[in-house]
Design a protein around this ligand. Structure first.
Ligand code: SF4
Length: 411
C-alpha cells in the first residue's frame, strides 16, 4: 500500500469525466438486476447448472438453495443496499432480523461466496443462520469461504466417525444444522476446543485427524475453494490449480466468461464451451493476467457484469489519467508480469506441478443429482497445455526466456 500527502494531478480530467459519465448510464442498466439481488441473486441458476457447492462438494442438486438465495434475502431480511465508495452498482447487502434465535441482527448481509460455503457446503438452508455465521466471521476477522469449507469438512468427518461428539464438546455436527454452524464459528473464532484445530484449515486438520480424512479435505495449496464447482467450468479447475494462493475464483473470474461474457479486445470473442479442452489454457491464462492488472488498478470484478465496463474502457481511462499512451497488449503484459512474479515467488517456496492439482474429489467423484452433466477435469492435460502457453517448464516453472521477455530475469 502506498500513501502520500500531495495531490495526484490527472492528465486529462475533463476528457476522463466526460468518458466516465458517458459510460455510467450503461453501467447502471447492465447491472440493474445484479445490484437489486446482490451477488447471490443467481444461486437458483447456479444450482441448476451444477456450479453451486453442495454437501462438501459431494452432490449436485439441493432444493435448499432457493431458500438462501439473493432473491429470498431480498424478499425477507434485506433492508438496504451497500456500496463501496462511489460505486453505482451497490451489490452489498444490509439486513435486519428482529425475532428468533439469532436476533437482533442489524448488519451487513452475506454475499454469494459466503452463502455458498456456509450454506450450500454445510447444507444449511436457514438464511438467518447463514447470515449470523457470516456476521460472526466478520466480527472474528475470519474468511467466510474458508470457514464454510472447514465446517463442511468437519461435518463430513463427523458423519464418517473421524470426529465424534466428544471432539466437538457435545455439539451435534450434523449436515444442515444452523445451530451447529453458528456454534462452530464461535469455537473457531475463540480457538476453543476443536475450533483451535479447525482454524489451522482443512489441510492441516486432515493431516492431524489421519485415517481417510485427506480424501474429503477440499483445498488447493491449503486454501479452501470458493463457491464455484470446477467440474462445471474447466477454466475454473485450471485456475484453482494454478492460482498463486490456491483455490480462489478471483484469480481468473472465468466462470462468467464460460457462461455469457466475452471480451474481443483480449482475444475472447465469444462465451466459451466450459468443457472444451482446446484453447482452455490460453483463455484461462488471459483472464488471470487481466485480473492481476485489474487488482493493481483496484477495478472491481463486478464492473464486468453485463460488459458494463470493458478492457477498452480501462485502457482509455488509464491513459486519460496518466498520459502514458499504452495499448491493450501492453496493459495485458503488466498483468502477465504480475502473475509470473507471483509464480516465481512460489517457485522459490518449492511450488511446482505437484501442487497445481485439485483435491481427489474434484478429479474423481461424479456428483449425484437429476439431469446433472458430470465432467471431471483432466488436470494433467490442462496443466501441460497451460504451462506450454505460459512458456513455463513441464514442472510449471517460468523459463529463463519467459522471465527475460517480461523483464524479470534479474529476480
Ligand atoms: S465496487 Fe464492486 S463490490 Fe463494491 S459495491 Fe460496487 S460492485 Fe459491489
Amino acid at each position: 500500500m502506498a500513501y502520500g500527502t500531495k495531490d495526484l494531478p490527472l492528465a486529462k480530467p475533463d476528457l476522463l469525466q466526460e468518458a466516465v459519465r458517458a459510460r455510467l448510464a450503461h453501467v447502471r442498466k447492465a447491472t440493474e438486476t445484479f445490484g437489486k439481488y446482490g451477488t447471490s441473486g443467481g444461486i437458483d441458476n447456479y444450482e441448476k447448472i451444477g456450479n453451486f457447492p453442495i454437501k462438501n462438494w459431494r452432490e449436485g442438486r439441493w432444493a435448499g438453495a432457493s431458500k438462501i438465495s439473493g432473491v429470498a434475502m431480498h424478499d425477507t431480511i434485506l433492508t438496504g443496499r451497500k456500496a463501496c465508495m462511489h460505486c453505482p452498482i451497490a451489490c452489498g447487502r444490509h439486513i435486519k432480523v428482529t425475532e428468533g434465535p439469532y436476533a437482533p441482527m442489524d448488519c451487513e448481509g452475506p454475499e454469494y461466496e459466503s452463502i455458498g460455503t456456509l450454506g450450500g457446503l454445510c447444507l444449511v438452508d436457514d438464511l438467518v443462520a447463514v447470515a449470523k455465521a457470516n456476521e460472526l466471521c466478520n466480527r472474528y476477522g475470519m474468511d467466510t469461504i474458508s470457514v464454510g469449507g472447514i465446517i463442511a469438512f468437519a461435518m463430513e468427518a463427523y458423519e464418517k466417525g473421524v470426529l465424534t461428539k466428544k471432539d466437538t464438546d457435545g455439539i451435534e455436527l450434523g449436515w444442515g444444522s444452523g445451530k451447529a454452524l453458528v456454534e462452530m464459528v464461535h469455537k473457531m473464532g475463540k480457538g476453543e476446543g476443536i475450533g483451535s484445530l479447525m482454524t489451522e484449515g482443512s489441510k492441516r486438520m486432515a493431516e492431524c485427524l489421519g485415517r481417510n480424512a485427506i480424501e474429503f479435505a477440499i483445498h488447493v495449496k491449503g486454501l479452501e475453494p470458493s463457491a464455484h464447482d470446477p467440474r462445471r467450468f474447466f477454466s475454473q479447475a485450471l485456475s484453482y490449480g494454478t492460482a498463486a494462493r490456491g483455490a480462489c475464483h478471483n484469480a481468473s473470474w472465468s466462470h462468467p466468461y464460460e457462461l455469457s461474457l466475452y471480451m474481443p479486445e483480449i482475444g475472447i470473442p465469444e462465451a466459451q464451451d466450459p468443457y472444451r479442452i482446446e484453447g482452455k489454457a490460453e483463455f484461462t491464462a488471459k483472464l488471470q493476467d487481466l485480473m492481476c492488472v485489474m487488482d493493481a488498478l483496484i477495478i472491481c470484478r463486478f464492473s464486468q457484469v453485463g460488459k458494463a465496463v470493458t478492457v477498452t474502457n480501462h485502457v482509455d481511462w488509464l491513459n486519460m489519467i496518466t498520459d502514458w499512451g499504452i495499448d491493450i497488449p501492453e496493459y495485458m503484459k503488466v498483468g502477465e508480469r504480475i502473475f509470473n512474479v507471483k509464480r516465481m515467488y512460489n517457485t522459490r517456496l518449492g511450488v511446482s506441478r505437484k501442487d497445481d492439482f485439485l483435491p481427489y474429489r474434484f478429479m474423481t467423484l461424479d456428483r449425484t443429482g437429476e439431469d446433472l452433466t458430470n465432467q471431471l477435469p483432466p488436470m494433467g492435460r490442462l496443466l501441460s497445455d497451460y504451462y506450454g502457453y505460459r512458456k513455463w517448464t513441464e514442472d510449471g516453472i517460468p523459463t529463463p526466456e519467459k522471465q527475460k521477455e517480461l523483464g524479470l530475469d534479474e529476480l
